[in-house]
Write a protein that binds this ligand. Structure first.
Ligand SMILES: C[S@@+](CC[C@H](N)C(=O)[O-])C[C@H]1O[C@@H](n2cnc3c(N)ncnc32)[C@H](O)[C@@H]1O
Length: 319
């Protein structure tokens, strides 16, 4: 059971698979923990409590709103805690290069409830707002730029690949037609164009008709898959032997990147399969444990429907 003081406050982000993360990372006093996706600090509070006042918490988030939550947590813990603002795909490699080492690293990917629920951030198809979707408001690229500037072909590919949108081509065509007359500024305009671009029966199908397009744009604007690709090798490098890595993903492409990375590192050898004996000399660097992804229980999904697509993968660094 999670200690009472660490239960999330109402309206904050509810940490997904919290007990599973806690058990998998098995943080002990004196260790160094990195929460690379601090958010509202729900997971970090649980992991910091397991430090029992001794050790170090390094928090990372590219969204400046994480600071308020971090300060709240830092007041409650006697362990050393610091927050680094930035993209974990940049910050983790920098830390690794500077010789920082850790015993447990968590990545809880995607957006937080606070980001989704604040209409002005432009992540939500449910409220009209400026087309933004940047997790880091100082980043250059916005959803507005992508929607107004990307070639029709590229838009269709973004919607198909990141959103698994069946009507990707039709939606891309409708966007290009509309922006020829007037550029997109608001989420509401995009929702309307998406609705009109898909066949009427599909508008009443699974979930909101613009859900997949919004997800795809968010992934593109924040280069979410690129950051993950850059972060995983750095996280592994930073782990001490016996150190634990936990990654929660919410999208099949993210989970595939994590799974492939863990499989490759578990295998070690990079020789072509036709080589009769290993010539590269590379040995396994980690063990995925368990081998399959951990999924939320039915009880968690009913308490927190946003946990439904979560997949937790855990690995232990070998000595
Ligand atoms: C799902 S939330 C994490 C919630 C957190 N585990 C909690 O319990 O409150 C994801 C957080 O990671 C941040 N984030 C996502 N991608 C990031 C990246 N590449 N670099 C840094 N932060 C990132 C988001 O800004 C968001 O605050």
């Amino acid at each position: 059971m999670l200690p009472n003081v660490l239960q999330p406050r109402e309206a904050d982000h509810v940490p997904v698979l919290a007990e599973e993360v806690r058990q998998s990372l098995a943080v002990g006093p004196g260790e160094t923990v990195i929460d690379a996706t601090f958010g509202a600090g729900g997971h970090a509070a649980i992991l910091a409590a397991d430090l029992r006042g001794k050790g170090k918490l390094i928090a990372i988030d590219r969204d400046p709103t994480a600071r308020t939550y971090f300060e709240r947590l830092a007041e409650r813990t006697t362990a050393s805690a610091r927050l680094l603002r930035g993209d974990f795909g940049v910050v983790l490699p920098q830390l690794a290069e500077n010789g920082v080492r850790a015993d447990a690293i968590l990545l809880d990917l995607g957006v937080s409830s606070m980001q989704l629920d604040r209409p002005e951030r432009g992540f939500s198809y449910a409220a009209d707002a400026a087309l933004d979707m940047r997790m880091d408001p100082s980043a250059e690229l916005t959803a507005r730029d992508v929607v107004n500037d990307a070639a029709e072909r590229d838009l269709a590919e973004i919607f198909r690949r990141y959103g698994e949108e069946r009507y990707a081509r039709q939606i891309a065509r409708a966007i290009v037609k509309r922006r020829g007359k007037q550029p997109f500024e608001r989420t509401g305009d995009l929702v309307e164009v998406v609705k009109q671009a898909i066949p009427a029966p599909a508008r009443f199908g699974e979930g909101h008709p613009a859900k997949r397009v919004f997800q795809a744009l968010r992934i593109e604007v924040n280069d979410e898959l690129g950051s993950l690709e850059r972060a995983l090798p750095a996280a592994l490098e930073m782990l001490r032997p016996g150190g634990r890595l936990a990654v929660i993903s919410f999208h099949s492409l993210e989970d595939r990147i994590v799974k492939r990375f863990l499989r490759a590192e578990e295998h070690g050898c990079t020789c072509p399969p036709e080589f009769p004996v290993c010539a590269c000399g590379a040995s396994p660097t980690l063990r995925a444990t368990p081998r399959r992804a951990i999924r939320p229980s039915a009880a968690e999904i009913s308490r927190n429907p946003r946990s439904q697509s979560a997949r937790l993968r855990v690995a232990v660094k070998l000595g």
